[in-house]
Design a protein around this ligand. Structure first.
Ligand code: SF4
Length: 439
């Protein structure tokens, strides 16, 4: 029995896909093992957004070769689609598969025999038109369920459409089948995953269904305690969806909404499909209906043309906005994007300074959000996340909670009263022993 190990870089989508590909291997009789357990085959799922993707990829290949010198190494993922030739030249790599090929890996590579020549099986991205269903089952608590792939937007800084292709989706019926399979396991929470999930509904280039209808249908699936919409573009987060989440017992009050810049000048240069006024409107709508909702924000600093004044616009905009945390990205040039050709490049030192300022702001926002919710009751889903005698989990509105460790709490939903923020920045439950069952 051949042993296979997986390594994943990047986003939830990559994790869901690695997990699905690993199940394909298991179904074919391969034994899935950890990276350190002398595998015969390594599958490395790469990301193009990760800083220094090339260096990371080389490092993982080196590590793999140290562990199993005679192993077969295949590279898949966004970076493999963008730079197949470059990757094929990394010493130790046996195969590179693109977006249209990665789900047919076992069929295409067949015997996984190490050969002199590196196999490069990466079609042009236009060929990646099929939707491949995927969901992760790595830990018992939460699953990333892929409902959509690719993107038709073409933001100036983004390589994802080049790496993943056009927007395409699963059908509602097929998502429901996956959700029912997941419900039959012990998993308590499904996180909907995709590149641009609000654009859900395109099959074979035609829009057939709507994301809102997917949300309604999933809400009816028995056996799933929690559903989380992960990241959704502000222009696609409609009042209809927000109002439904406010009424739903299963969809949790947590939204992650990319903003990217608080300056309309920069938003236009980025080619984003909204202005800051729309973003304020979305936040206001969410907070009016769900005052306790958590709102996470993606923001990029140092985009070309972001002067000190324009950065301050972003800073002040975020400072005044009722949001809960930021994911800050320092802009870096990516080949074959419009932004890489733009002038008024921001020096790296300034990009880093701005990133630091926003990270500090994020901490302040998170703390304020946690503080606002102290004294209230929430439901925590405890995870296998234990440190210093404490077990951790997240409330429905994404507050990270710490309670006294009890093995019986793992993968359980419990009602808790939030007490105080501890030194690690998590919220302690008032009396851990007072944790009581959800009804
Ligand atoms: S919406 Fe923009 S940033 Fe997001 S994946 Fe599409 S092109 Fe990239």
């Amino acid at each position: 029995m051949k042993k296979v190990a997986f390594y994943t870089l990047g986003c939830k989508l990559n994790f869901s896909e690695t997990s699905t590909i690993s199940r394909q291997f298991e179904e074919k009789g391969f034994l899935k093992v950890d990276f350190q357990e002398n595998p015969d085959i390594f599958i490395i799922n790469t990301c193009s957004v990760t800083e220094n993707a090339d260096k990371k990829c080389k490092k993982i290949v080196r590590e793999a070769k140290k562990i199993s010198p005679n192993s077969f190494i295949a590279i898949i993922g966004c970076y493999a689609q963008l730079k197949p030739r470059e990757i094929s030249e990394i010493s130790g790599v046996d195969a590179v598969l693109g977006a249209a090929e990665k789900f047919r890996l076992i069929e295409l590579l067949d015997d996984f025999a190490v050969a002199q020549e590196t196999k490069v099986l990466a079609s042009e991205i236009q060929e990646a038109t099929a939707f491949n269903n995927a969901y992760s089952i790595n830990d018992r608590t939460r699953t990333f369920l892929k409902v959509q792939d690719g993107c038709n937007y073409g933001c100036a800084f983004c390589t994802i459409p080049l790496a993943r292709g056009k927007s395409r989706s699963n059908t509602i019926q097929s998502v429901l089948e996956s959700a029912r399979e997941i419900a039959a396991t012990d998993v308590k929470e499904i996180v909907l995953t995709g590149v641009n999930i609000g654009d859900f509904g395109i099959v074979d280039g035609k829009r057939n269904e709507r994301f809102a209808d997917l949300v309604y249908a999933l809400d009816e699936v028995e056996g799933i305690d929690r559903l989380r919409i992960s990241s959704i573009e502000p222009n696609l987060l409609t009042n209809e969806i927000i109002s439904f989440v406010a009424r739903s017992k299963r969809f949790v009050p947590h939204f992650h909404v990319p903003l990217q810049s608080g300056s309309n000048t920069i938003l236009r240069k980025m080619g984003r499909r909204y202005l800051r006024e729309l973003y304020v409107d979305r936040v206001t709508k969410i907070k009016t209906l769900m005052p306790h909702a958590c709102i996470g924000v993606d923001v990029i600093v140092g985009f070309p043309g972001e002067t000190d004044e324009l950065f301050l616009e972003t800073y002040n905009f975020l400072n005044e906005l009722d949001i809960s945390y930021l994911h800050v990205f320092t802009y870096s040039e990516r080949a074959n994007t419009r932004a890489a050709e733009m002038e008024e490049v921001v020096p790296m030192k300034k990009r880093n300074e701005r990133s630091k300022m926003l990270r500090i702001l994020s901490e302040k926002k998170r703390r304020n959000f946690y503080n606002e919710n102290l004294g209230k009751d929430f439901t925590v889903l405890f995870e296998e996340d234990v440190a210093d005698g404490k077990i951790h989990g997240f409330t429905e509105n994404y507050i990270r909670v710490a309670a006294k460790f009890d093995p019986m709490l793992v993968n359980e939903l419990k009602k808790v009263a939030l007490d105080q923020i501890n030194d690690a920045g998590n919220v302690e439950v008032r009396e851990p022993e007072m944790v009581y069952e959800k009804h």
